[in-house]
Write a protein that binds this ligand. Structure first.
Ligand code: ASP
Length: 444
C-alpha cells in the first residue's frame, strides 16, 4: 500500500499538552515533518509541580460520585483547563456540549472508564482542531477482546481503514472499546501503549514518543546529577533496565512495536532537535566511539532478602531447589535470582513480598528440604549494569568489581544473564546510591 509508506506515529505525553504553550510546541513538531500523520495524545498533565493532572482530577470526580458527594467543583476545574487551551488557541470546539453531555451522565453508578477516558478524548478533540487533522475516537478503532487483550486483527483493520479515508489523524490514548462497545481504559500511562498499537497497525517507519525528558537516562537523576541520556538502546537492554527500576515508558509499550521491528524514538518536546533515545532490536554500523562504550545504563532496586539454604552433599540430592521453589510459589513469592554453590543455594526475593509469610515459608523449607541451615539476610540492593557490548568482552566485570572494591563496597551476590547483556550485583542497602554513583563515574 503506497500511501501507507513512511508514516510516523507521534505520541505526546501529558506534560507536552499541559497548556496552550505546549500545544504550540506540539504543532511545530508535527508540522515540521509531513510524515507525522498519526498523532496520539494523553490528557493534559501538570503545568507546574503543584498542579494536577486531568486524569487524577477525573478519578477524583469519580470518587466523589461513588460517595455521593457533589463533584461540580472538580469538574469545573477540569472544564476550565480545556477552555483555557481552546480560548488561547481560538479553537472551534463545542466544549459547552461536550461538558453538558458529561454532566448528563454523571451518576453514582457511572463507570469509571466512561468518565476517566474523557481526559484523552477531549484533548484529542482540541488537538485535532488545532492541527486540522481528523479526530478518530479510540472506541472506534482500538478493540479489546473478551480476555481484555487487544484484538489486533480488528484494531489494525479499523485504523488502516480510517487512514485510507483521512490522511492525517489525531487519536486519544489510554482507552479503547470492549467487545460489548463499552469504553475500557488501560492502566495508568497507557497512552504510550496506544501509540505503539497505532504504530504497529499501520506499519509505521518509527514510533515517536514525545515527553519532557531528553530521553532514557543512563541512571536515575535522583542518584547521579545530570546523567547522560542514552542515544541507542536495544529492546532487550531496555527491558533489563526497566525491570530493575528505570521508568520512562509504560512497560507494555515495547511489545507491539518490537514484534514488528518498528524503531521507538523517545524525544523531548522542549528540545525537538536533540536526538533523544532510539530503541531498536539491534543496531548496525555503530561508530568506533559508540563501540567503545560498554555500559548502556545502570539501574537498581532496594530492599531484597537473601534466603540461603545449605545442605551437605546438596548437589547429589536432586530436587532440593525445585522443592524450595514450589514452596515460594505456594506463597505467591517471586524468586528473582538463585545463586548456587556446591552445598548451598540462595533465593533472592523482595523483602516486601516475604514480610508477611517469612516464618511460615522458612518452616516449610525446613520441613521439606531438610537443610543443615537456613539463613536470611535482609537489606540487600540489587544493581543491574546493562550493556549489549559487554558480551564476550574480557575485563568488564573485573573493572566493575574492582570499582566497587576500591570504594569499599562489599558485594553480597553476583549474577550474569546468559546473553551477557547484564551483570547484577547485590550490595547492602546503605551502599545503594554510592554503588550506582561509582559505577556510573567509572563507565559513563
Ligand atoms: N492520562 C493517563 C494517565 O495519566 C494516561 C496517559 O497519560 O498515558 O495515566
Amino acid at each position: 500500500m503506497k500511501d501507507m509508506a513512511n508514516i510516523k506515529v507521534a505520541k505526546f505525553g501529558g506534560s507536552s499538552l499541559a497548556d496552550a504553550v505546549q500545544f504550540k510546541k506540539v504543532k511545530d513538531i508535527v508540522m515540521a515533518d509531513k510524515n507525522r500523520r498519526i498523532v496520539v495524545v494523553s490528557a493534559p498533565g501538570k503545568r507546574f509541580s503543584d498542579d494536577n493532572k486531568i486524569t487524577d482530577l477525573l478519578y477524583l470526580c469519580h470518587a466523589h460520585l461513588l460517595y455521593g458527594v457533589n463533584c461540580e467543583s472538580v469538574l469545573g476545574m477540569i472544564e476550565q483547563r480545556y477552555r483555557d487551551i481552546a480560548q488561547a488557541l481560538s479553537l472551534d470546539v463545542d466544549l459547552e456540549s461536550e461538558f453538558a453531555a458529561i454532566r448528563a451522565t454523571l451518576k453514582k453508578n457511572m463507570r469509571v472508564d466512561d468518565l476517566v477516558s474523557r481526559g484523552e478524548y477531549l484533548n484529542a478533540k482540541l488537538m485535532a482542531a488545532y492541527l486540522g487533522y481528523t479526530f478518530v475516537d479510540a472506541k472506534d478503532w482500538l478493540f479489546f477482546g473478551y480476555d481484555g487483550k487487544v484484538d489486533y486483527e480488528k484494531t489494525d483493520e479499523a485504523l488502516c481503514n480510517a487512514l485510507s479515508l483521512h490522511r492525517r489523524l489525531v487519536l486519544p490514548g489510554f482507552y479503547g472499546a470492549s467487545p460489548n462497545g463499552n469504553i475500557r481504559i488501560m492502566s495508568r500511562g497507557g497512552s504510550d501503549i496506544t501509540g505503539a498499537i497505532a504504530a504497529a497497525a499501520v506499519g509505521a517507519s518509527v514510533y515517536e514518543n514525545w515527553t519532557d525528558v531528553p530521553g532514557i537516562l543512563m541512571v536515575d537523576p535522583r542518584i547521579v546529577e545530570n546523567p547522560k541520556a542514552i542515544e541507542r538502546i536495544t529492546f532487550a537492554e531496555l527491558r533489563e533496565l526497566s525491570y530493575m527500576g528505570a521508568s520512562v515508558l509504560h512497560e507494555e509499550t515495547v511489545f507491539p512495536v518490537r514484534n514488528k521491528d518498528i524503531p521507538l524514538n523517545i524525544k523531548d518536546t522542549n528540545d525537538p532537535a536533540a536526538p533523544g533515545t532510539m530503541i531498536r532490536e539491534s543496531f548496525e554500523g555503530e561508530s568506533e566511539e559508540e563501540r567503545s562504550r560498554f555500559i548502556t545504563g545502570i539501574s537498581g532496586k532496594k530492599h531484597y532478602s537473601i534466603i540461603c539454604v545449605s545442605k551437605t552433599h546438596m548437589c547429589e540430592n536432586g530436587g532440593i531447589i525445585r522443592k524450595a521453589l514450589e514452596i515460594t510459589e505456594n506463597y505467591g513469592v517471586t524468586v528473582e535470582h538463585i545463586p548456587t554453590g556446591i552445598d548451598s543455594f540462595s533465593l533472592v526475593v523482595s523483602t516486601a513480598q516475604v514480610e508477611q509469610c517469612l516464618y511460615a515459608l522458612l518452616s516449610d523449607i525446613q520441613r521439606v528440604c531438610e537443610p543443615d541451615t537456613v539463613k536470611v539476610t535482609d537489606g540487600v540492593s540489587l544493581i543491574a549494569v546493562v550493556g549489549r557490548r559487554m558480551a564476550y568482552k574480557p575485563g568488564i566485570s573485573g573493572r566493575l568489581f574492582g570499582t566497587l572494591g576500591a570504594n569499599e563496597i562489599n558485594i553480597r551476590m553476583i549474577e550474569q544473564g546468559a546473553d551477557e547483556i547484564n551483570i547484577i550485583v547485590g550490595v547492602e542497602d546503605k551502599n545503594f546510591k554510592k554503588a550506582i554513583q561509582v559505577l556510573y563515574n567509572s563507565f559513563a
